[in-house]
Design a protein around this ligand. Structure first.
Ligand SMILES: [Zn+2]
Length: 412
């Protein structure tokens, strides 16, 4: 089989999709179910139709473009990613896996390959949490990890419900019908930009992802006692911010205590009330993000933070209320799909490294219902979610070539 990737065409298509944005180029803003998102979806679908794929949308707005295999009753092989983009983002996040996935299918078609299993390109709805506050909405619903009734109750900052927004974009029907049965896909492989600096630093063209880290996030509310910054003396103060500061340090030491580079803990939000220089903070809200590829280890870190909160609350005489916002299970990638990607790299003599995805992707959720792995292409400077996000046409083409080869293996 002679696989060739039409790099110039793919680059042009990525540019065209990038220009479908609520902001002028090079800025990409394409929030789910907005006009730009709807136009972006139409653009991709028209390319899929041109390639002879049959298209199905589900009520959540996930799109499935299928290349029918010679044995269509067999579970298909899936690939794909997302095209929604956070405000002020770039051209490559998600889109490389969608348009690259399509080009992989076209390359197989041009090579005269006929898959036994159907190959399905999936465009996941709302990978970004921008509008409805929850990331990977489409793949969560597909995998059954989000209760459809929770989905039905979501609304955006302007009070527009998910149901209204998806209906206005042309997606009707109950979210309860979105979930796919386990085993629906025989394998799933997502091509994505790395969004980190490692491949570039090591000058390795591709990364085969063996595990996907997942975040747990906490909202912690600390209530102390306010007062005049001059009149209230230090002994006996119940300063909510100082308690928050100690909790933040406990997050750091809990994350470090695992002695694994794969455990990370961050306090990225700190709201101080009343927020005046001459007033003792009476109330503070912090948000904590803890990630790992190993769930028991990550949960042990959460436990340590909870214990630290109790000790600090008692010592400083403040009230600490901690809420787990989300706690997604990390994923180990499926050896069979990892092997298919590795063998594809070897067949085409492209160097690769096995690596961990530290950001999470739709694949994290797909891994719950299908053997799943990911393939990363380098991101210049490790930059992502910015207009200057960049991956070279050559490296994207290498990723697409390997994806195509792997899809051929998995669908044969
Ligand atoms: Zn993405």
């Amino acid at each position: 089989m002679q696989l060739t990737i039409e790099q110039i065409r793919l680059t042009h298509e990525l540019d065209q999709l990038g220009s479908i944005s609520e902001a002028p180029p090079p800025v990409v803003t394409r929030v789910v179910f907005t006009d730009a998102d709807v136009r972006g979806r139409e653009f991709v679908k028209s390319l899929c139709r041109e390639a002879g794929l049959s298209i199905r949308d589900d009520p959540a707005g996930n799109t499935f473009a299928r290349w029918e295999g010679s044995e269509p009753a067999l579970a298909p092989v899936g690939t794909g990613s997302h095209i929604d983009a956070i405000p002020n983002a770039g051209r490559f996040d998600g889109t490389v896996g969608v348009l690259g996935g399509l080009e992989a299918i076209r390359a197989l078609q041009r090579a005269g390959f006929r898959p036994k299993r159907s190959i399905e390109l999936v465009i996941f709805t709302s990978e970004e949490p921008t509008r409805f506050g929850i990331g990977c909405l489409g793949s969560r619903l597909l995998s059954g990890l989000l209760d459809p009734s929770v989905g039905e109750r979501l609304s955006d900052r302007d009070g527009i419900s998910l149901n209204q927004a998806r209906a206005s974009a042309g997606f009707a029907g109950s979210l309860a019908t979105v979930v796919l049965p386990s085993g629906y896909y025989s394998a799933f492989a997502e091509l994505h930009i790395e969004q980190g600096p490692l491949l570039e630093q090591r000058q390795v063209p591709l990364g085969v992802v063996t595990a996907i880290a997942a975040p747990a996030s906490l909202k912690i509310q600390i209530e102390g006692e306010g007062g005049h910054a001059g009149a209230v003396l230090m002994p006996g103060r119940r300063d909510a911010f100082l308690a928050a500061a100690e909790i933040a340090l406990s997050v750091e030491s809990a994350a470090l205590s695992t002695r694994s580079v794969n455990t990370v803990g961050t306090v990225g939000v700190c709201d101080v009330f009343p927020g005046a220089v001459n007033s003792i903070p009476s109330r503070v809200r912090i948000e904590v993000d803890v990630r790992d590829i190993d769930q028991p280890r990550r949960d042990a870190v959460l436990q340590q933070i909870a214990e630290a909160c109790a000790i600090i609350a008692a010592k400083r005489q403040v009230k600490v209320l901690s809420d787990v916002v989300n706690s997604d299970p990390p994923a180990q990638c499926a050896p069979a799909v990892v092997d298919a990607l590795v063998q594809a790299c070897e067949t085409h003599k492209i160097r690769f490294e096995r690596m961990i995805s530290r950001a999470y992707h739709d694949s994290l959720f797909m891994s719950r219902i299908a053997p799943t792995a990911m393939l990363f292409v380098p991101s210049r400077g490790g930059v992502s979610h910015r207009p200057d996000e960049y991956s070279s046409p050559e490296s994207i083409a290498q990723g697409v070539l390997v994806l195509a080869e792997a899809l051929a293996r998995l669908s044969s």
